[in-house]
Design a protein around this ligand. Structure first.
Ligand code: 5GP
Ligand code: MG
Length: 193
């Protein structure tokens, strides 16, 4: 096991992402933040604490994963409790791997007619992508290795509590990168950008 992203680096990156979201959603009267359980819990909570607009927290619990491979099956364990119709929604998850889970959740939420949906994910493994998912607020791009910590389970369902992200396998290339900051994406018409 080796450290891939330190606790300090995660917190610093969450600060930056929160600043982008505060900027993009400036002036909004309510943001519905939907945290995907269990993996998105640490990232979602840390992000929420830094947001300056009124936020309502809600949760979706799905299971989509067995061992180190995605199963390709998503089951809904617990749905959101809030009416999201015509509301701006920020969906927050730990990691986008093949993209299957996030794509499934976004389609599921579309049926509830939200006003706007943006996606935040702490980690992205683009080399594994099979389903096209756009991440609006991404923490880190990581190599194709199984990771744990900061909300993500290790193989025996422990390790989620550690405050840093660790790799449980080695790869030839273990580089972690931060995507370049993109232009502001304001959600309200007429808002200065
Ligand atoms: P996807 O459907 O994109 O293939 O997989 C998404 C879900 O699988 C993530 O939300 C996460 O819960 C789990 N997952 C994917 N990669 C990893 C990993 O490296 N470590 C852990 N603990 N979970 C992962
Ligand atoms: Mg997850």
């Amino acid at each position: 096991m080796r450290e891939l992203i330190s606790a300090e680096r995660i917190q610093q990156r969450v600060d930056e992402l929160a600043a982008e979201i505060n900027d993009d959603f400036a002036g909004i009267d309510l943001l519905l933040m939907i945290i995907i359980l269990r993996g998105g819990s640490f990232f979602g909570t840390d992000l929420a604490k830094r947001l300056t607009m009124p936020v309502r927290l809600d949760y979706i619990r799905v299971t989509s994963y067995a061992g180190t491979e995605s199963t390709g099956v998503v089951s809904m364990v617990s749905d959101v409790k809030t009416d999201i119709r015509n509301r701006p929604v920020l969906v927050v998850d730990d990691i986008v791997d093949t993209g299957f889970t996030m794509q499934w959740i976004l389609r599921f939420l579309e049926l509830k007619h939200p006003g706007l949906v943006r996606v935040a994910a702490l980690l992205d493994k683009p080399s594994r992508r099979e389903f096209d998912v756009h991440i609006d607020y991404l923490g880190f791009t990581i190599p194709n290795v199984f990771v744990a910590g900061y909300g993500l389970d290790g193989l025996d369902d422990t390790m989620a509590n550690i405050p840093r992200v660790v790799a449980l396998e080695e790869a030839d290339e273990m580089h972690v990168s931060v995507p370049p900051r993109r232009a502001r994406l304001p959600i309200l018409p007429g808002v200065k950008s």
